[in-house]
Design a protein around this ligand. Structure first.
Ligand SMILES: [Zn+2]
Length: 385
C-alpha cells in the first residue's frame, strides 16, 4: 500500500467533506460507545489495549481518563505534539494487548462565552487566562497568518484611464525568496511563458502597477473598482490566488511534521473563518490517511483485531466551577482489520452510524477512585535495594 501524497486540490476538496456539529458527541457518550463498538467487532473484554495519539496538552487529560475508565486500563501513548501518530510505536502497542484500539485526534479549544474556536481557559494560570489551543497548531499558523495579512493589505486594485489595474508590493514580486506567500501571478497579470511578470505600467518606490487580467476582474465580483482611490484586496485574496513556501524539516514525525501536513492546504486555512479549527480538522484528515496505511502494513498488527479511529477533540473551555473541559469528539473515519486480515474503511457517516448504534451503558467500566483505593490499601512491596 503506497504512502499517500495528496495534491492541494485533492486536500482542499477533502476539507469540505468533514461534517461537524451534526456528528459531534460529548466524550462521556463517545467513550462507552467506542468501547461497545470494539466489543461488537469481536474484541474480548479485558484483552483490549486502547492507545491514543493526542497532543501533549493537559486539556487532553479528560478524554484519556474517560478512555481509561471505559477500557479498564490506561491507554498506551501513541501521540506526538499536535496530534501526530508516532508510527514507530505500533510494535510495542501491538505487544501489549490481544485486541487493539487506536484513536488519533487533533484538538481545538472553544470558548463558549466568546463563541471562538482556538481559545481555552487555563484555570491554573494566575488570572485564569484564555490562551490559544491547540498551542502547537496556533504557533505554527502565526507565520502564515502574518504573511497572508501582509498580502491582503499590500495588493491594491484600482481603475484608471479606462484600465483595471493591480498594484503589487515588491516583496510579493520577489520570486527568488526562499519562503513566504507567493502569488499565482498568472491569475493577476499576463505573465510570459516562464511565469515572469510583464513590464509594469508604472514602477513605484515599493510596488509595481500592472494591468489586471480579465479573469481577475471577472472573478472579483464584489470589488468596487473606483477611479478616485485604490483599495486593498483584503478578503478577495482567495486561496486559489496564492500558495506558501516555507523552510521546514521534511523529516516524517519530526519537529515540523504538523506544518508539513498543513502546508498544501494552508491557503484554505488562513482564509477560513476559524484557522485553528480548520487546521486541526485538516491535520486529522491527513493523519488518518497516513497512519492507517502504516497500521495496515505493520507486521506487528498482522493477525490481530485492530480498530483505528480519527477525529477531532473540541475542548470546550471549563467554566469557573468546572475542573475539566466539556470535550466533544467529532469522528472522521475508521480503519478496521480483523485477525483474518479482512480490512475495511468506514467513512464519516458510516463511522457515526456505527457509534450511534452502540449503547452508552458499559457494564465493564471501572470506578477509577475505587481502583486507586484498592492500590492504596494493598500491602506495600519493598524493593530489594
Ligand atoms: Zn495541542
Amino acid at each position: 500500500m503506497p504512502h499517500a501524497n495528496l495534491s492541494s486540490g485533492t486536500l482542499s476538496s477533502l476539507l469540505g467533506t468533514y461534517n461537524m456539529a451534526a456528528v459531534s458527541m460529548r466524550y462521556s457518550h463517545f467513550a462507552p460507545r467506542v468501547y461497545n463498538l470494539c466489543r461488537s467487532l469481536g474484541f474480548e473484554s479485558g484483552k483490549i489495549m486502547p492507545s491514543r495519539a493526542f497532543c501533549s496538552d493537559e486539556s487532553q487529560g479528560y478524554p484519556i481518563i474517560l478512555l481509561a475508565k471505559h477500557f479498564a486500563t490506561f491507554p498506551f501513548n501513541h501521540g506526538l505534539v499536535g496530534g501526530i501518530v508516532a508510527t514507530d510505536r505500533h510494535g510495542p502497542h501491538a505487544q501489549h494487548g490481544k485486541d487493539l484500539f487506536i484513536i488519533q485526534a487533533s484538538h481545538v479549544g472553544y470558548d463558549p462565552d466568546s463563541k471562538q474556536f482556538g481559545m481555552y481557559r487555563r484555570l491554573q494560570t494566575s488570572q485564569q487566562n484564555v490562551t490559544s489551543n491547540c498551542g502547537k497548531i496556533c504557533n505554527a499558523l502565526e507565520w502564515y497568518l502574518n504573511e497572508y495579512e501582509f498580502a491582503q493589505n499590500n495588493i491594491f486594485l484600482k481603475y484608471e484611464n479606462g484600465k483595471h489595474l493591480v498594484v503589487i508590493d515588491n516583496y510579493l514580486l520577489h520570486l527568488e525568496r526562499e519562503q513566504g506567500l507567493f502569488l499565482k501571478l498568472d491569475h493577476f497579470i499576463d505573465v510570459d511563458n516562464r511565469g515572469m511578470p510583464p513590464l509594469p505600467e508604472v514602477s513605484l518606490s515599493t510596488a509595481k502597477v500592472f494591468i489586471a487580467t480579465k479573469e481577475l476582474v471577472n472573478s472579483l465580483k464584489g470589488v468596487d473598482w473606483r477611479a478616485d482611490s485604490q483599495q486593498a484586496i483584503k478578503q478577495y485574496l482567495k486561496p486559489e490566488l496564492f500558495y506558501f513556501k516555507r523552510n521546514i524539516s521534511q523529516h516524517a514525525e519530526g519537529r515540523d511534521h504538523l506544518e508539513k501536513n498543513l502546508l498544501p492546504v494552508m491557503p484554505y486555512i488562513v482564509n477560513s473563518e476559524s484557522p485553528a479549527l480548520t487546521a486541526a480538522q485538516a491535520n486529522t484528515q491527513i493523519e488518518f490517511d497516513r497512519a492507517y496505511r502504516s497500521i495496515a502494513q505493520d507486521p506487528a498488527y498482522k493477525g490481530k483485531n485492530v480498530l483505528f479511529i480519527s477525529g477531532l477533540n473540541v475542548d470546550i473551555s471549563p467554566r469557573k466551577e468546572q475542573l475539566f473541559p466539556l470535550t466533544k469528539f467529532i469522528p472522521w473515519a475508521a480503519y478496521i482489520h480483523d485477525e483474518n486480515g479482512q480490512q475495511q474503511i468506514w467513512e464519516q457517516s458510516k463511522l457515526y452510524e456505527k457509534l450511534m448504534q452502540q449503547s452508552i451503558e458499559n457494564p465493564d467500566q471501572i470506578s477509577i477512585e475505587s481502583e486507586i483505593e484498592v492500590m492504596q490499601n494493598t500491602k506495600e512491596i519493598v524493593l530489594p535495594f
